[in-house]
Design a protein around this ligand. Sequence first.
Ligand SMILES: [Ca+2]
Ligand SMILES: [Ca+2]
Ligand SMILES: [Ca+2]
Ligand SMILES: [Ca+2]
Length: 333
Amino acid sequence: MIRYAVSILVLLAAAPAWALEIKSQIIDLAAQAPAVATAGARIELTLEDSSLVRVTAGGAPFAATVTPPLPHPPLPADALPDTVVTPGARNIGLAWLTEPTRRYGHGVLGDAIEAGGVAAKLADGTMARLTLPSDSVFEDRVPRLADLDGDGTDEILVVRSFLAAGAALSVVAPRDGALKIVAQADPIGLPNRWLNPVGAADFDGDGRTEAAVVITPHIGGTLQLYEWRGDRLTEDLSEYGFSNHAMGARELGLSAITDLNGDGVADMVLPDAGRSHLVGLTFAGGKYAELFRRPLHGRLVSSIGAGDLDGDGRPEIAYVLSGGKLIVLSVKR
Ligand SMILES: [Ca+2]
Ligand SMILES: [Ca+2]
Ligand SMILES: [Ca+2]
Ligand SMILES: [Ca+2]
């Protein structure tokens, strides 16, 4: 009877009730046919050399094409050289980082040149700008557009680093013909301590949007959710043990937001603190839960993307490992 009970326990441990069933396909990018334009769902990933990988349905069951880096489009005058120019569809048409400066010698994003400002072309065609005081820089490459307060207009999420106190997530919005910092989290508290955003969504299902970041991704990071209240980003739920950036890399997109388990609440996919495993996780109902944890079996060399490629209502997750191996995970149930 005791032996019987023990074997039942082992079976339960091998297949936890919460585990999602996931199928994986490995695609050798070097063996892929030249690019064919296809309609339908796709996941786009960027590689370290700025090549674009497009993953689509078709093939067995997924296929990929690699497009070499496009010539850099002309950047607006005074843009940060490696800024992403983010397009928007609401009140902000384009946003980019500006005023390159060397006044913060941290250099975790590939060089020691950070941004001293941010600019946006608004939907009405006018320009709006913000210049930081000399106590801080935007230690970032990507102005991320999100409607954090649900009023139908986008805000810009960007990482501001104080020379004396390290990084803080900031919310920037158009106000009176300029861009203004309308809310900000507390900085980490020490210089040369950074954080990397994941993005914004209603991660706990309470009807309010949270912004998610990984604080100190290089030294063992905490996934922190923030809510916007007044002029503050206040700490909400958090969980230790993640990394969404490799020291010195330009790629900031080592994370994806998608509804993994089909409960209608946005979940996240992130590497663990050592970037040796990929973790699917949720904060639904205000409680952290792991939905899957899988070994990566290699070094991530692309962003992580998610989307429903085959139209079965559950997401695919894609990323590239060193050696040109594209992995496509399909969440089945
Ligand atoms: Ca808004
Ligand atoms: Ca929420
Ligand atoms: Ca979910
Ligand atoms: Ca799918």
